[in-house]
Write a protein that binds this ligand. Structure first.
Ligand code: ZN
Length: 373
């Protein structure tokens, strides 16, 4: 792995310790733990004297290790999670390859990079990318991986760095040593993060999504290495489950799902029409005064209260879960308020319509009593 010298040690000198709000912080002037988000990269994890490192923060003066338990001041040998480093190196090298491929294929520049625990993103200086371009970039990236090019680490200074055809101009902040990561003739750029020794170790790069961000940039989501394999395993398993559930081959899943959705829409429409017709039929036999109490499907009740003449009546409809209450004679808002006061439950509504819910079912008499009061 290509790792800067200062992160290759295995010793840390804890010179200051802090216990703040139940969290433990160990301070060192220098540390082999790579800080979180430095250069857009994930930070190191591991152990210091048996205490688990939860986060690593770099300030001007200190490297601050957040630990899961307190430790004494002193010099310790540390254990760094090497599998995580390998994953970070795969994602970082993958990002260099992907960013360079966007230049080679379509002259699209990377203006931002972020490595997450699940995927990495690069922000590209373009508002939209054609799917064909994405495919070509993905193919070129994976060809570079398969060519297994040796990756070189060049340590130089600003003047030395500027003699190379750098993908991105050096930041003005860099004054002293410059570390270049060179992938054959394909890419060379300044970077302080972890990288693999050969492109082949990246294994696979897969673009998983794109999104327009900040008005005129495209964010590309990608996974490399073992993450790409895990991504493929997960999606393959979901697709297989779906194809079994829908009794369709994976190629025909789209069509099959579309068909099912259309069916559901049509059935919902039929159900709504039937409920309306049934409600009209019920309405012809209902009284015109006093309390009209009915039970049944919500859809039917919801049609009924709209077509009934309720100028001298109050309509109460129970669908097994909640009550529809409607009236032009009584103020429904007040009725629901009285129901809640007398029997508990909750509800709300307007002057002529509302909903009421109660864990226990009320009797017709219960409603009569409220209306009498
Ligand atoms: Zn890098």
């Amino acid at each position: 792995m290509k790792i800067l010298g200062k992160y290759l040690g295995n010793v840390v000198n804890i010179e200051k310790f802090e216990n703040k709000d139940g969290k433990y912080y160990a301070y060192a002037k220098i540390s082999p733990f790579y800080p979180d988000w430095k250069g857009g990269q994930l930070g190191d994890r591991g152990f210091i004297n048996g205490a688990k490192v939860l986060s690593v923060k770099e300030t001007e003066e200190w490297i601050i290790h957040e630990l899961d338990k307190p430790i004494e001041l002193g010099i310790y040998e540390v254990q760094i999670d090497e599998n995580r480093r390998k994953d970070i190196a795969q994602q970082h090298t993958g990002q260099h390859i992907l960013s360079a491929a966007f230049i080679h294929v379509a002259e699209i520049e990377t203006v931002g990079f972020h490595m997450g625990e699940e995927y990495s993103t690069i922000d590209l200086d373009i508002p939209y990318i054609e799917p064909d371009v994405l495919n070509e970039v993905e193919e070129l990236s994976n060809q570079i991986i398969q060519s297994n090019i040796q990756i070189e680490e060049i340590i130089t200074d600003v003047n030395g760095a500027n003699t190379y055809p750098l993908r991105k101009k050096l930041s003005d902040k860099i004054k002293e040593e410059v570390r270049l990561i060179k992938i054959g003739d394909f890419d060379i750029s300044a970077c302080g993060g972890f990288h693999t020794d050969y492109t082949g170790e990246v294994g696979l790069i897969k673009i998983i999504d794109t999104e327009k961000v900040k008005g005129n940039l495209t964010r590309v989501y990608a996974v490399s290495g073992m993450r790409a394999l895990k991504y493929f395993q997960k999606y393959n398993s979901v697709l297989k489950d779906l194809s079994k559930l829908l009794t369709s081959s994976i190629d025909e899943l789209n069509l099959r799902t579309q068909k099912l959705l259309n069916q559901v829409r049509e059935q919902a429409l039929t159900l709504s029409k039937l409920s309306e017709e049934y409600a009209k039929l019920l309405a012809t036999n209902l009284q015109k005064e006093g309390l009209i109490y009915l039970e049944g499907y919500y859809e039917v009740g919801n049609f009924l209260w709209k077509i009934l003449d309720l100028s001298n009546a109050i309509f109460v409809y129970f669908d097994g879960e909640k009550y529809i209450i409607a009236s032009k004679k009584h103020n429904v808002k007040d009725v629901i308020k009285a129901l809640v006061e007398n029997y508990g439950g909750k509800g709300g509504g307007k002057e002529d319509f509302g909903n009421y819910m109660n864990n226990k079912k009320l009797s017709v008499d219960d409603f009569e009593k409220i209306l009498e009061d």
